[in-house]
Ligand binder design. Structure first.
Ligand SMILES: Cc1cc2nc3c(=O)[nH]c(=O)nc-3n(C[C@H](O)[C@H](O)[C@H](O)COP(=O)(O)O)c2cc1C
Length: 297
């Protein structure tokens, strides 16, 4: 049995900006899910290197994520049209300008969406599937919870819908299925994978997190991001309370994910979702996938 995306399991590893590089992507695809490459910070040559690295480790399908706020989308798109990949996922914007071009070269287009209205727009556009992402998720978020969002999206469109936000194990997979989803997209749980190229300190912070450890920065900047509480988020909220200008808030946050990835857990943004409280150990991708799909061979 293969899924709509050509994988053995109806599991997407959500793109993780600057983090879901070839080792993680190949491990997830090899385990039967859909690994998704981040393109944040990559130019064409960087993207080519990453795709080559995935190909060298697995023949299984994988995806490339286009976070549409990135400035160099046209450059990356040119490469993906000339060198098609099985799936492209899009987020933080509409793939209207290029979805049909990608589909014409055999690439499936999966749009990450935060509301019924955007889901309907994407359905009208003819994308292949949707990821309905709730605000429990780590990283950039919308306003609806997974519970409320997924069932309203699956009722509103006939496209296959993957549920994202707060999913960690088989119980989450079953819950998503009960809401009408064909599968799940998981992000935070893969932060604790041994194949994930982030500092040990970031991974240990995710393991140490409880259910109430996350906060959302950036509402004042129209750029809400869920991350773990730390001295940076305290400084950010203090600045907000004191009426700091957007430029000052940006100065605190811009480039801060890279700091966390490098190990500065006090000044970096430790993007992670509310489900971090369930994560107990750093372990291989295969074990994380097994917890989501214990019956799978
Ligand atoms: C560290 C981190 C970085 C993320 N970066 C991206 C990204 O670049 N593009 C994207 O579409 N989603 C991104 N996401 C969202 C995930 O792909 C996924 O939808 C989300 O993590 C699912 O919810 P969960 O965190 O509860 O598993 C990110 C999430 C995290 C935790």
């Amino acid at each position: 049995m293969t899924t709509i995306l050509g994988t053995r399991l109806p599991l997407i590893q959500g793109a993780l900006a600057q983090i879901s590089t070839a080792p993680l992507v190949a491990a997830v695809s090899q385990a039967g899910g859909l690994g998704v490459l981040t393109t944040t910070g990559l130019d064409q040559a960087g993207l080519a290197t990453q795709i080559q690295a995935v190909h060298s480790q697995t023949d299984a399908p994988f995806a490339v994520n286009l976070m549409l706020q990135q400035p160099n989308i046209p450059e990356l798109l040119d490469y993906l049209l000339a060198h098609p990949v099985p799936v492209v996922t899009t987020s933080a914007g509409s793939p209207k300008r290029f979805a049909a071009q990608l589909q014409a070269v055999g690439t499936k287009v999966v749009a990450v969406i935060p509301s019924v209205k955007v889901a309907q727009k994407m359905a009208a556009l003819g994308v292949d599937a949707l990821v309905a992402e709730g605000m429990e998720s780590g990283g950039h978020i919308g306003t609806l919870t997974t519970m409320a969002l997924v069932q309203q999206v699956t009722a509103a469109v006939t496209l296959p819908v993957f549920a994202a936000g707060g999913i960690y194990d088989a119980a989450g997979v079953q819950a998503a299925s009960a809401l009408g989803a064909v599968g799940v997209q998981v992000g935070t749980a893969f932060l604790a994978a041994t194949e994930t190229p982030i500092s040990r300190a970031y991974q240990e912070a995710v393991v140490a997190a409880s259910d109430t450890s996350t906060v959302v920065t950036g509402y004042a900047l129209n750029d809400a991001v869920r991350c773990l509480k730390n001295p940076l988020t305290e400084a950010y909220f203090a600045a907000e309370r004191q009426g700091a200008a957007p430029a000052q808030l940006h100065a605190l946050l811009d480039g801060s994910l890279a700091k966390a990835i490098a190990g500065d857990v006090d000044h970096g943004t430790l993007m992670a979702g509310q489900i971090a409280g369930r994560i107990q150990v750093i372990e291989p991708v295969a074990a994380i996938v097994k917890r989501l799909y214990p019956q799978a061979k």
